[in-house]
Structure formats: C-alpha cells, structure tokens
Design a protein around this ligand. Sequence first.
Ligand code: ADP
Ligand code: MG
Length: 353
Amino acid sequence: MPQPILERSPILELRGVDKIFGDFAAVERVDLSIAEGEFFTIVGPSGSGKTTLIRMLVGMDAPTRGEILLRGQRINETPANKRPFCMVFQSLALFPHMTVGENVAYSLKCRGIGKKERRERATECLALAHLPASYYDRAVTKCSGGEKQRVALARALAYDPEVLFFDEPLSALDYRLRKTLEKELKDIQRETGKTFIYITHSLEEAMVMSDRIGVMRDGRLAQVGSPREVYDRPRTRFVSEFFGEVNAFPVTAKDGRLWCEPLAMAFDPPPDAPAGFKSGALIVRPEHLHFDPAAAEPIRGEVFNEYLLGSRVQYQVRAGGTTLLVEGMGGQPPATREVALSFSPADSLLFAE
Ligand code: ADP
Ligand code: MG
C-alpha cells in the first residue's frame, strides 16, 4: 500500500494568500497544503477564483498578501519559468506547425538534448499519456480532440515538472470522451507519481479523479476534503448544493424536532445536528428520499414528472407547494401518482441560517 496522502510531506503550501484587484478580492485568506503525489482538485462556480489561485501557484501572478511555499521554501518572488511546474490549459496551446513528436520534444530541444535522446524520451512521454509511438511523426492538426489532450499532457510530462497544473482541460470535450480521459488522467497521475493540481467546475470530474477536493466560493476555500467527505459531510449549505441537486426544507426548532411550515409537519433532527439550532435548512439528497407507503410520518405528495437519467430515474414530486426530487435506481416505481415519502434522519444535513 502506498503511504496515505496526508501523511506525506507537503509539496506546496499557501499561507494566508489574498489576491486583490482594485478593491475586489478575487482570492481571500486561502490556507492550503498539498501533499507530494496528491491529485488535488479545486472546484467552484465560475468566477469563484480558481484560475486566479492557480495563476499565483504557477507564478503568472503574485499574491497581494500571504506566502506560497515549495517544500517549505518561499517562492513568491520565483519567476514562473524557474518553478518546476507545468500547466495544461483548456486551449492546449499546441504548436500547430509541428508534429506530435516535435510538440512533445520541444522542451527537451530547448534544453539542448540531442536528437536521439529527445526522440526516446518524447516517445516515453507519449506512452505515459497513452499514445502509441506511431503518433510521433503525425501532424498535430490531424489528431482528434482526445488525442490533442494526450499530446498536451505528454508535452507537459516531457518538462519533467514536479507539479502539473490543469485549468479545465476537458470542458470543451464531449461527455464520453471526457469520462474516458478523466479515468485515464487519474491512472497517469498514479503511474507517474507526480502531483496534479486540477481545476474544474464539474463536480463529477472532481469526484472521479481526486484524492482531495477544495471547494471555492467567492475567493475563499469553503471546504477541503476527500470526495466522500465533501459529498457526505459538507460543512455548509453551499457545499452541499454544489455537489448535486438537493431537497432543502426550511425548518425551525420546536420541542426537540424540526418544524417545516410549508409541509406542516415535523422531522427528527440528524444525529449530529448543531447545538442550539434555531432555524435554517434541512437538506436531503434525492437518492435519500424514498417512496415509503408504510412510513409512520410520511411527506405526502404527487408525482408530476419522471426523468430517465441513464441508470437512475428522477421523479419530481409536488408537496405542500414545493417541488421535491426523488431519485431511484429504476426499481420500485410508485404505483400511484399520490405518494408517501420518507428519509432517514441520518441521511439529512442541517444548516443554520
Ligand atoms: P474562475 O476561474 O473560478 O472562474 P477567476 O479566478 O478567473 O474565476 O476570477 C475570479 C474573479 O476575479 C472574477 O470575478 C474575475 O472577474 C476577477 N478577476 C480575475 N482576473 C482579474 C484581473 N486581472 N483584473 C480584475 N479582475 C479579475
Ligand atoms: Mg477559470
């Protein structure tokens, strides 16, 4: 077994990092430690500061405040080309007039490495990026979208950087190709043992690939944790809602239970409900809301829409003037449009307003 990620020494650290544009904080008070060999993903909505954060790490921008450390050494003043990093952009920025091999070998040529060794090392990098050696002499313009992604990755690997950065590299690709490349990228990261720092606004991408995920909101890191932690134990309502559609019941504390006015009924609080909770939202994911004709205290509603989501089915249920989402694996569809729903308190999340 490899050493657990968080027991490894940090390769990159951010301490109190801010980036201010005029009077606007694009990144604010970010503290983060990324472990050697980790696949770390930064997710967040558009405009939340992901690109700004990564630009500071690679050295394209300087922080307004705070420190960036590489293996404990401050690198704020180290220019981008002196940092052992490489970035893969969404645009890929391949040289169109060159072959695949020339693109990959470019950095080796710049370092004065001879032709024969260049070809050997570039071919190795192609193999690491899951491209056959026969692609070496192909014009890069003849490659498909997915192959171009692999060429860009091979070219980044040829620099032999200690950290590879990716800014939404897959977002322009179609769904199937994205799914394939997500898994491949994770494999390649494991095979090379390099630290990958990856930006995406796609939570699915983040869940599939990452050792840990950092969720950004308005320039701040709202939560950092494993995919399981951020999905199952989101620390804020924002994080819970970022990771998929949810049912949010407005509730107030009443006699040890949670009163939900729109449904005119009470729920039991989750086992880890915050002490002194007064009012807020009880969040239940669609997969945790079940059709349950035998429920003691059901939520009564009416199914008015049904969507097939591939392996899952989602139902829209009208209840007490609100729309609820119920998701199942396709088995046990409700027998009538009038339904009774229930969920286990342990599968709910309570956030104070
Ligand atoms: P993301 O990558 O998460 O979509 P960005 O990091 O690109 O977000 O941008 C975060 C915020 O900072 C946005 O509101 C953006 O308009 C602003 N911003 C980014 N770069 C600059 C800049 N050079 N000057 C002024 N504002 C900027
Ligand atoms: Mg961006």
